[in-house]
Structures are given as C-alpha cells and as structure tokens.
Ligand binder design. Structure first.
Ligand code: NAI
Length: 484
C-alpha cells in the first residue's frame, strides 16, 4: 500500500486531521500513514527547524506530506516550519483552488455567479527568503529575490496544470510597473513560457487591479499565477469569495515532494473544542488523492462532501445560522453517511496533476543552475548605502571629497527618491542614503576599483551595504532612483 507522511499539526490540527483520516478510512482509501513529529511542540523540544530528523527522513522517503496547520512560536530566531518545509523540499508551486460550494452561501452564490479560480503562487522566493538586515537603527531592509529559474518552474507548472484542468485562460498577476526588475523578470518569463501554450489565452494584470476585479467579476478569472507574497494575499481574498478560510485547500507541489494542507492556520481561538470545520483539510486531502492517482476514492469522498454541504449540514463557522451547527466529529460522520450520494452540482472531473512519486529521489545535476547567456558584462559603478543624519548636500560634498579619479557621483537617493543633485525640500529623510557612483565615461571598472572607493569613503561614513551597477549586453541591470 502507498505510504504517506502525516503530521497532525497544532491547535485545531489534530481534531481536523482525525476527522479527515476517519473519512479516508471509512472510504477504504488505500493509504498507509506514517505519523511524523512536526510543529510547535517539536520546536519546544529544542529542534530549531520544527521537525525531528526522523520526520525529515520519512518525508523525503515517501515523497508526500499531509499536514495540519502548525504554529510558529513568536519571538526571534525561529522560522515558520510551514515555510521551512516548502523551501527545504522545493515545493515551488502552491496551488490553491477556490470553487463555489453549493450550501456555502456567499454574495456570489446568492447572485448565481459561479467561481472557479485556481491561484498558483510561487512558493520559495520573494520576501519569503526572510533575508533581512537593519541597515541603521531606523532602517530595515528586506531582500526580495525573484529568479528566472524559480519563475520558470512555477509558471510552467501553472500552464501544465491549466491544460490538464481544461482551463482556457492563464493570467499573470504582478506589479511590474513599479518593480521593473523583479516583477518584470517574472512577467517576461511568463510570456516566454506562454509561447509554448498557444492553445491557452495568456494575459497579465497589475495586482491591485486584479484585487478589485476579483471582487467585482471573479467569474472572469481561471488560472492566475503570481509571485509569493502577492499570491498569498490574493489567495486569501479568493478564500473570502467562496466562503472563507474553512473552504480553502492548498497543495505545495515540487518535482519530488508534495505537501498538502489547508490554507488556514491553527485557529487557537477554537482549538480543543471539536468545533473546527475540517472541509479545507478534506479538500486538500482530495487533491492529494488525485495527485496520487486515487481518482475513485477522491470522487467518492468529494461527492459525499458536496452532497453534505448541499443538504445544509454545517459547522459553526458557515451556513444558515438558523440550522443547528454540527461539531467536527459529527460533520465527518455526516459525510461518511453520504458516501454513494451524488451532489446536484457535480464538479468537473479532474486528471492527476503530476506524475506519481514512488521512490527516493537523488538529484543528479541541478537544472536550476542554468543561466541566460549574455555576451558582454561590464561593471560601470556602484551604489554605496551609507548611514548619515546630515543633509543631502553635506553628504554629497563628503562623497565628492573622497571619490577616486575613476568615478563620478551621479545621484543620491533616500528611500529610493532622488535628493541630490536635484530634489525637493518636502522629501522626508531617514538616516540612510544610497550614493550612486558611476565610472567616468561609462568605462568598465573592476571590483578592486570599487574596493578602493569603498576604503576612501569608509574613512568618512559607515557603509551599510553595496550593490554593483552591472550592464549586460548594453542593458542596465539596475533601477533608477525616483526622479533621476
Ligand atoms: P487562522 O487561520 O488560524 O485563524 C483565523 C480565523 O479563522 C480564526 O478566527 C479561526 O478561528 C478561523 N478559522 C481558521 N480555520 C478554521 C476552521 N478550520 N474552522 C473554523 N474556523 C477557522 O489564522 P491566525 O490566527 O492568523 O494564525 C494562527 C496560527 O496559525 C499562527 O501561529 C500562524 O503562524 C499559524 N498558521 C499556520 C499556517 C499553516 O500551518 N499552513 C497557515 C496560517 C497560519
């Protein structure tokens, strides 16, 4: 029998996992469960990544993790085990399906507007790298990594999944009008991949417009692919469209390991009371069954769940408040009692998402290390991020005093807005400037030239950080300051 790893999770996790596995067992799902230790209590035992080495070994061996929500202990130094798991095992695509469920009333269901949106969220990169530094006591910096190989992986998954799902449209949500290099890279990659799928309509939309249009005309969207943070926020918005977090399943898909979980967290406010709604975890479990090719089990359980919801059976967090709410256990029993029933509103049949993982994988060669070819790469300057509480003209005067013959000071910005040589007295300043030095005559300079400049400036300023100004095949690989 196929083995999967199961982690109960924290808060309501054990209650909803027990309910879901009870439903699986009643349906004779041919799976064997290897329970693994992950979550808050594992942190508390001193395992700094929130899982035991045995848990990691089991998950890497079986390739599938079905997990309840897990709490991230508040405080410094401990990272979320949920994010660690997604990143460690390169589950690069987070698929979240939001469908109208009959019996779960929303403004859209009442208006007869059906919703079937799949958000594919990049799951590894972006600000979720958690690479953050205090540059000065007043200024924090987060590094937002968007990479071409990382974008390629998730966008390819989105198109492949859209094809299998029978979708007609794939939309890229982004903010490339502002973040021209990071979101610009994601968007360029999207259209590069889109060329391979001419049968699917591909388009893009700026994320703020997307948020508005999803609320006004959600039925117009089909598959939407996005970077990590924007995808996280937009998918919670979509959860709201179909009745809330209790109905939002999630699959974290990688090439070798996949993790299935609900979108919601540990719900500490209702934990231990047997009143949580297990639907989101059950929907995640149904996605997992399809992923494993267990189509019949998935259909039996899904039909019973949809039929149960159509009958108005509810937990306390949704539905017709005039009807009595069932507790978690009784809700699961109601679903089991409806095995064999067919809902009035049947879902579209689904094909398995990805090839089934059966063995231990060893990565031979790293396909992520491929890079786009460039013919000519030059360094034409450097941004020096310095700490100073002085006025821009004073900072400029000092920079000019310490610069070397190779460089000219071209601009100084504060929080991304140019404040020298031109600026406005109304621009508010913090104690950290970016001083841009470009090579005179735009000639190529070396890192040693930059170190020389660094040494001289360091006699006057505390330099918090530096970034090279690269030019690749004649294109600037850096942004301009606002107003430059
Ligand atoms: P939450 O999703 O746990 O709760 C938000 C609200 O929704 C609460 O009022 C809760 O009672 C309700 N709710 C959530 N799931 C429900 C369910 N199945 N049935 C009925 N009501 C439900 O979000 P919150 O409070 O921000 O996070 C609590 C903890 O969960 C935090 O430690 C957080 O880090 C963790 N978390 C873990 C996630 C995961 O394991 N993937 C995801 C999100 C949060």
């Amino acid at each position: 029998m196929r083995k999967i790893a199961v982690a109960n999770g924290d808060g309501i996790g054990p209650e909803i996992m027990q309910a879901v596995l009870h439903i699986f067992n009643a349906a004779n799902v041919p799976l064997q469960y290897d329970f693994v230790d992950m979550g808050k209590w594992v942190f508390d035992k001193g395992f700094s990544n929130g899982m035991t080495p045995e848990a990691q070994e089991t998950i890497e061996k079986v390739g599938i993790l079905f997990k309840g929500p897990m709490e991230t202990p508040k405080g410094k130094g401990v990272k979320s085990v949920n994010v660690t798991a997604r990143k460690t095992w390169n589950t690069y695509a987070n698929k979240r399906v939001f469908q109208t469920l009959h019996g779960v009333d929303t403004v859209f269901s009442k208006a007869g507007i059906p919703i079937d949106i799949t958000i594919v969220r990049e799951n590894i990169e972006d600000t979720y790298g958690g690479i953050e530094h205090m540059l000065t006591q007043d200024v924090a910096l987060s590094r937002r990594f968007i990479t071409r190989p990382g974008s390629l992986q998730v966008i390819k998954y989105a198109f492949e999944m859209a094809k299998k799902k029978g979708a007609t449209r794939v939309t890229c949500g982004h903010k490339a009008n502002i973040m021209k290099l990071t979101d610009g890279l994601f968007l360029d990659t999207f259209y590069e991949v889109a060329k391979e799928y001419p049968e699917l309509k591909s388009d893009d939309i700026i994320v703020d417009d997307l948020a508005m249009k999803l609320v006004v005309r959600p039925h117009e969207f089909d598959v939407v692919v996005m970077t990590n943070l924007q995808g996280d926020i937009i998918s919670d918005l979509c959860a709201g469209l179909v009745g809330g977090l209790g109905f939002a399943p999630s699959a974290n898909i990688g090439d070798h390991i996949a993790i299935f979980e609900a979108v919601h967290g540990t719900a500490p406010d209702i934990a231990g009371r047997n009143i949580a709604n297990p639907t989101a975890l059950l929907l995640s479990g149904i996605t997992m069954l399809r992923h494993l090719g267990l189509m019949q089990s998935a259909a039996t359980i899904e039909n019973a769940l949809l039929y149960t919801l159509e009958q108005g059976v509810r937990t306390g967090d949704f539905g017709d408040k005039s009807k009595e709410a069932k507790n978690t256990t009784d809700f699961a029993e109601a679903i089991i009692g409806n095995f064999g029933q067919n809902p009035q509103h049947a879902p579209k049949p689904m094909l398995p998402d990805m090839p089934v993982t059966q063995t231990i994988f060893k990565l031979e060669g790293n396909p992520m290390l491929g890079k786009k070819a460039i013919h000519e790469a030059t360094i034409v300057g450097v941004d020096m991020f310095i700490e100073s509480a002085e006025q821009p003209n004073v900072v400029a005067e000092k920079c000019l005093r310490y610069t070397t013959d190779l460089f000219k000071l071209v601009t100084i910005s504060n929080r991304g807005t140019q404040v020298w040589p031109k600026g406005s007295i109304f621009t508010n300043l913090v104690n950290q400037y970016a001083c841009r030095f470009e090579s005179i005559g735009e000639i190529a300079v070396t890192q040693t030239d930059i170190i020389e400049l660094y040494k001289r400036l360091a006699t006057e300023f505390k330099i918090c950080s530096t970034e090279l100004l690269n030019v690749w095949d004649g294109r600037k690989a850096y942004s301009l300051a606002q107003g430059q």
